[in-house]
Design a protein around this ligand. Structure first.
Ligand code: HEC
Length: 268
């Protein structure tokens, strides 16, 4: 057998199934570094289309949604969230803000939206509009430094509450987030667990969400990760965009402050 393509793995892949697996891993790794090959880019495009489409009872687009920098100003907005919003009198992240705008501007029913938040990977579903639009809004902060405001008392309170929740042990396993995520070098099976108190580690994590999860075949956002890790702790589902979920995300953002977004991410 001749090697047409330089690179041992690709060479061997023509020869034997075991080597084929090796080649796939090499390709997968290469794909992780190549944004054009990230399927998340397509989902961001879909998100943009949905964002600019007239939808809901009021047949409006989301182009007037204010993510903190003024109506319709998306560039860099996600890099300054979670933040306090006067109209809802709450600290919000991108995901919860999207829901507010869908309700207020487009006339969607909040309970109705929350019936279907995420694509179910077991059924190979496409991302929900909410997942796609969140990915789009975050992507408008790609390359920008994360620096959410911490001036309003509710912004300060959210970070504090998030850290307290991070350490709070509950549920049948008596786990806290800190059980798995407050030390270097911890693993569950083969998965390395992010240490929220290691600046480089938490920065690498926060800057790459929303992320395309290869094992889900779908784009996921941090609200989904919160839901997933609450499941890891065998806790009831955490409410999407709830003050508790946003507080944990505000704490993470504060720990990761200064990092530049590198979107869309791509993970296991
Ligand atoms: C029983 C252990 C466990 C607990 C407790 C736990 N997690 Fe996780 N967490 C995981 C695992 C496993 C992953 C997936 C790692 C992977 O697939 O690479 C993960 C992934 C994450 C990620 C994504 C990391 C990245 O680099 O993208 C974040 C953020 C996170 N967890 C936050 C939390 C928070 C916040 C809590 C508490 C609400 C929590 N976790 C509780 C096990 C846990």
């Amino acid at each position: 057998m001749r090697c047409m393509i330089p690179g041992l793995a690709i060479c061997l892949s023509l020869a034997a199934p075991a080597a084929l697996a090796e080649a796939s891993v090499a390709e997968y790794r290469a794909a992780l570094a190549d944004k054009d090959a990230n399927p998340g880019s397509l989902i961001i495009e879909k998100g943009e289309m949905l964002f600019k489409t007239k939808r809901g009872a009021k047949a409006e687009t989301l182009e007037k949604c204010d993510f903190g920098l003024g109506a319709g100003k998306l560039k860099g907005a996600a890099a300054q969230m979670p933040r306090y919003f006067k109209d809802t009198d709450r600290v919000q992240d991108v995901e919860s803000r999207l829901v507010s705008c869908m309700v207020r501007l487009q006339g969607f029913d909040e309970a109705e939206i929350k019936k279907k938040l995420y694509a179910d990977q077991r059924f190979n579903e496409d991302n929900t509009p909410l997942e796609a639009m969140a990915a789009y809004v975050y992507a408008q902060s790609d390359g920008m430094a994360l620096n959410p405001p911490k001036k309003h008392p509710k912004e300060k309170e959210a970070v504090k509450l998030g850290e307290a929740l991070f350490w709070h042990r509950y549920g049948p396993m008596d786990f806290s987030c800190a059980t798995c995520h407050a030390e270097d070098g911890k693993r569950v099976r083969l998965q390395a667990l992010v240490n929220h108190y290691n600046k480089k580690d938490i920065q690498a994590t926060v800057s790459t969400w929303p992320t395309y999860r290869v094992s889900h075949g779908a784009m996921r956002n941090m609200q989904h990760r919160m839901w997933d890790c609450h499941w890891q702790m065998r806790l009831p589902d955490i409410d999407y965009g709830s003050p508790a979920a946003v507080a944990i995300i505000a704490f993470q953002a504060d720990q990761a402050r200064g990092v530049k977004f590198d979107l869309p991410g791509m993970k296991r």
